[in-house]
Write a protein that binds this ligand. Sequence first.
Ligand SMILES: Cc1cc2ncn([C@H]3O[C@H](COP(=O)(O)O)[C@@H](O)[C@H]3O)c2cc1C
Ligand SMILES: O=C(O)c1cccnc1
Length: 347
Amino acid sequence: MASLANILRQIAEPDTQAAQKAAERLDSLVKPLGSLGRLEQLAIQLASIRGNQPLHFPSKEVLVMAADHGVWQEGVTPSPQVVTAIQAVNIVQGKAGVSVLARAAGAQVTLIDCGIIGPDIPGTLNHKIAQGTGNIATGPAMTREQAESLLIWSAERVIAKAESGLSLLAVGELGMANTTPAAAMVAVLTGAQPAQTVGLGANLSPDRLAHKISVVEKAIAVNQPDPSDALDVMAKVGGFELVAMAGAMIGAAAAGIPLVLDGFLSYASALAACQIAPALKPYLIPSHLSAEQGATLALEALGLTPYFDLNLRLGEGSGAALALPLIDAACAIHNEMATLAECQIEL
Ligand SMILES: Cc1cc2ncn([C@H]3O[C@H](COP(=O)(O)O)[C@@H](O)[C@H]3O)c2cc1C
Ligand SMILES: O=C(O)c1cccnc1
């Protein structure tokens, strides 16, 4: 296994010349200057990541990281814990929201079991760290060593996939109760109060919100995570799938491929990943604004403006999958539109 420092060293700066060339090409196309708005900025960002390679992404993966959470026992979610295992099966069998949306976008779905309670699940990639994390309301989610080795494993897997042809990665997650550790991570990493970062998750009854906030406050008080040490934050108040998503982000940047974010849980992982590897930021592509409370705060802290707001709050990578046609569209305008000159138009 490579060291984290070695992986971080592989993250290259995006290609400013390629970005410049793409910007010039977009300005030459048969349309009023800048009229394709943020689609143009997206094409420029993608070009800066692709460098000299053609601007298209033939091989896309939606990577769903899944695990269970000890904090489920605190009554922070209405969902039975076994839904994680059941829905993992649905995802790999092509029946879940992310499966359908990824299929529609021409992307393959991979589900990595980082710690779902129960036996191995056929069709998933098994990398169980444990049968769920520790309960963050009473102690750490995992050890620092577990967090670091999972982060590196996940990054290395993405790097290997990119070496064998993967050109774009979207992340998602699954894990009942995981909006609780994510809210704790966002609070610690941004300095916000838990009351600002805790939301209703998957339909928690509003009259249980104060209890969920108090669980996050307790998790932070008990574990005392160091806000300047994202690995410490993830190990103490995070979750296996949240660490694995952060690792995938680092791996994508190290491999030079774009990384599409999903919802609130992916924002929490991105905050941690960007603290560990600030150079990965140019590789991140936001998709939607999650409806979860705390989403805007987390995206602002990341300095990212989402591309769409459909009131989504499913997770699984569903919002990231929905952004894939937008990415193809940005490439297509750059590659296929005629120029003003070809059409004998002078503006
Ligand atoms: C059937 C079902 C499918 C899901 N797919 C994603 N989530 C989403 O909800 C969970 C987080 O919400 P909370 O923290 O409130 O438990 C995560 O699994 C997330 O991916 C689901 C939740 C359910 C119930
Ligand atoms: O933002 C998300 O992706 C989300 C929000 C609530 C529950 N599950 C996922």
